[in-house]
Design a protein around this ligand. Structure first.
Ligand code: GLN
Length: 472
């Protein structure tokens, strides 16, 4: 499938119809969805209606928008009016939201064509998409491996050429980690750059929506279309969407890029080798590389696994058998809620709710949740100090290439470690991008991560583009 950039140009110029592009996308979904389990729901009718309208508008001489006729996949924790939204949980099975997430409205306004909802780890809790109540998603590059998670379905949709664009959400790494494992570009924007209205909340102070694409330019186009202030999200940044596509080819000449030891140590040799080659590529493009150590990053994982479950335990209280999806009728109201939540939530979600409730309980709050918040502040301060010495930071996205199914499911700690390099940016609320660079074990792609201070998305895309070009 062509890039979004190309498709939008062709559709807008009339040299290709949005309906024919959609047909290609649907054909690719039909060909491999059963094998890979990427989409939980395909909205053929709605997509056809949207594409037909776009073609009519083009015929009418109208400007359809920057994503004219581009099919896009939505992680199934994003609400789309009337379309089943499950968060890959039995507790939401059958629920159809009565409204669009702001990102969906913005996609439609930009001329994009949402084609369906993609699989994820239940409520975005996981790093392999094995925690889905509807079965795991397979990595299109090697179906015996995981696609990463929790936005594994969105990553697989793009990697399998089902759609050129997909949206995911990233609370601790869930866009960047599957992007790395599927050979894609994935960005977690600055906290507040993209409205969270209509994203089913996991950990509200960490959650951000962002793009998964094959190219840096496509990622910039997609983010530009969905970013910018939204009155429906009180945490949304006040200004309109920044100009991103225009800066993709700005390069890195004169930029100081900090290679962070803690974002490389512990990664497999193949991943480390790719980061080292990325350093060379950036240097050749005119950047100065500074070696840095940020010891606070080592504490990120522990802090995250208290803060995220604490917020989740509160956010998931709304799934009570009364307002959404599943209800298991039993005895009085308390018994009904208990039976509903017991039947509706999977094992990992229950583990998080228990962990979070414990961390927030009287007597433990200061020792766990309070302590984790202090580590979060230390992390934010450590980033600020690092950005005195470097404009952007560099490291690995993940410790390894895509791993085998089942290799981490019996050990939650091993699974949690998949996000050790991505979590610091969530704690600080700052942006980070994973860009495919090199290959590793079994010929699978390795991802390199670039991190920047708040609102540095344009610089991150420019640096990622340098790596994309060097990667060939
Ligand atoms: N893997 C991490 C977790 O399980 C991050 C998930 C995410 O970013 N949604 O919480």
């Amino acid at each position: 499938m062509n890039s979004a950039e190309q498709i939008a140009r062709d559709v807008q110029s009339g040299s290709m119809s949005a309906t024919s592009v959609l047909e290609m996308s649907l054909d690719a979904i039909r060909a491999r969805n059963e094998e890979l389990n990427v989409f939980l729901y395909v909205d053929e009718e709605g997509a056809l209606e949207a594409a037909t309208k776009i073609d009519a508008r083009v015929a009418n001489g109208e400007n359809v928008g920057p994503l004219a006729g581009v099919p896009v996949a939505l992680k199934d924790n994003l609400c789309q009016d009337g379309i089943p939204t499950t968060c890959s949980s039995k507790i939401l099975e059958g629920w159809r939201p009565p409204y669009n997430a702001t990102v969906v409205d913005r996609l439609l306004a930009a001329g994009a064509v949402p084609v369906g909802k993609t699989n994820l780890d239940e409520f975005a809790m996981g790093s392999s998409t094995e925690n889905s109540a509807f079965g795991p998603t397979r990595n299109p590059l090697n179906p015996s491996r995981v696609p990463g998670g929790s936005s594994g379905g969105s990553a697989a949709a793009v990697a399998a050429d089902m759609t050129p664009l997909a949206l995911g959400s990233d609370t601790g790494g869930s866009i960047r980690q599957p992007a790395a494992l599927c050979g894609l570009v994935g960005m977690k924007p600055s906290y507040g750059l993209v409205s969270r209205y209509g994203l089913v909340a996991f950990a509200s102070s960490l959650d951000q929506i962002g793009p998964l694409t094959k190219s840096v330019t496509d990622a910039a186009m997609l983010l530009e279309a969905i970013a910018g202030h939204d009155v429906l999200d009180s945490t949304s940044l006040p200004e309109p969407a920044p100009s991103l596509v225009a800066h993709v080819n700005d390069g890195v000449a004169g930029k100081r890029i900090g290679l962070v030891r803690e974002l490389v140590d512990g990664a497999d040799e193949d991943v480390v080798a790719s980061v080292e080659r990325a350093v060379e590529a950036l240097r050749e493009a005119g950047a100065t590389i500074v070696e840095l150590s940020v010891p606070e990053f080592r504490l990120g994982l522990s802090a995250y696994y208290l803060i995220a479950p604490a917020e989740a335990s509160s956010n998931l209280a709304r799934f009570d058998g009364v307002r959404y999806g599943l209800r298991v009728n039993e005895g009085d109201v308390t018994a009904m809620m208990e039976a509903t939540r017991t039947a509706g939530f999977g094992e990992e979600v229950k583990r998080r709710i228990m962990l979070g409730t414990y961390a927030l309980s009287a007597g433990y709050y200061d020792a766990y949740y309070g302590q984790a918040l202090k580590v979060r502040t230390l992390t934010i301060d450590a980033f600020a100090r690092a950005y005195e010495q470097a404009d952007l930071l560099l490291g690995a996205t993940t410790p390894s290439v895509a791993f085998e199914f089942g290799s981490k499911t019996s050990n939650p700690m091993a699974m949690y470690l998949s996000d050790v390099f991505t979590i610091p940016s969530n704690l600080s609320g700052e942006p980070a991008i994973s860009v495919p660079f090199g290959t590793g074990e079994a010929g699978l792609p390795t991802g390199v991560q670039l991190l920047g201070p708040g609102r540095s998305e344009a610089q991150l895309f420019a640096a990622a583009r340098v790596l994309e070009i060097a990667n060939g």
